[in-house]
Ligand binder design. Structure first.
Ligand code: FMN
Length: 214
């Protein structure tokens, strides 16, 4: 069994929330011409003929458009739960009322946007906000745990004064480096640490030369 073939199930309470969101869709004269049939890993959307408006909507066109709105809400509600529903329209063509089935077969992983996180890390560094750069770089490292991303995380963490985190990331970067590059990388990261600490000490210490005037 792998992740893509594994069927996913929602609890009753989650299904109730999904159905409530779907049922909040607009419909002609607020007839709400839909009916939902829930299974543990799927939901079926039916047209409810008892809600038909034979005079103003003799063909049921507007009722179907309304059901389409409900289906969109339903998909959005499932996406909000990080689920990617597989929706089949008219799954049984001859069925009188079945309009769509949404099956929960894939889980949309909630991975951060690595490219954006990388840009954010650089942007935060350029405005001197090393703490936020560390947060963004952690996302990058989570998506792409390589020697380079851990090394950058270590440098940003040292600059932010997060020495413990810097040491952990530096250790990881060195572990991931090829054997013959480990020593050089360790020296580089140690030097980045010393440089950052020196800078922080200078900033914290009162100025040695008193300033004159206002
Ligand atoms: C889901 C849905 C919601 C609607 N909501 C309104 C509404 O709030 N007010 C209104 O005057 N008509 C509403 N209508 C009716 C439409 O304005 C319009 O009369 C109908 O879609 C027919 O237009 P058409 O045949 O030119 O596409 C709604 C129709 C649908 C399908």
């Amino acid at each position: 069994m792998n992740a893509s073939s594994q069927s996913l199930r929602l609890h009753d309470e989650q299904w109730r929330a999904v159905v409530a969101a779907a049922g909040a869709a607009p419909s002609t004269h607020n007839t709400q011409p839909w009916r939902f049939v829930v299974e543990p890993d799927a939901i079926h959307l039916h047209l409810d003929p008892s809600r038909a408006l034979p005079v103003i909507d003799p063909t049921g066109r507007e009722a179907r458009i309304s059901c389409g709105a409900a289906l969109l809400n339903l998909r959005l509600a499932l996406r909000a739960l990080d689920l990617e529903p597989v929706v089949t329209l008219l799954p049984q063509r001859r069925h009188a009322t079945l309009l769509a089935t949404a099956r929960l077969t894939t889980l949309k992983p909630a991975t951060p946007d690595e490219r954006l996180a990388r840009q954010m890390a650089n942007a935060f560094l350029s405005i001197g906000n090393a703490n936020k750069a560390v947060g963004a770089q952690e996302m990058v490292t989570q998506v792409e745990p390589t020697q380079q991303t851990f090394a950058n995380l270590a440098i940003f963490a040292y600059q932010a004064g997060q020495t413990r985190k810097g040491d952990l990331a530096a250790g990881k970067a060195v572990d991931l480096a090829p054997k013959d590059e480990q020593k050089d990388l360790k020296t580089q990261l140690d030097s980045a640490k010393t440089q950052a600490l020196t800078q922080q000490l200078q900033q914290a210490a009162p100025s040695a030369t008193p300033t004159v005037g206002g």
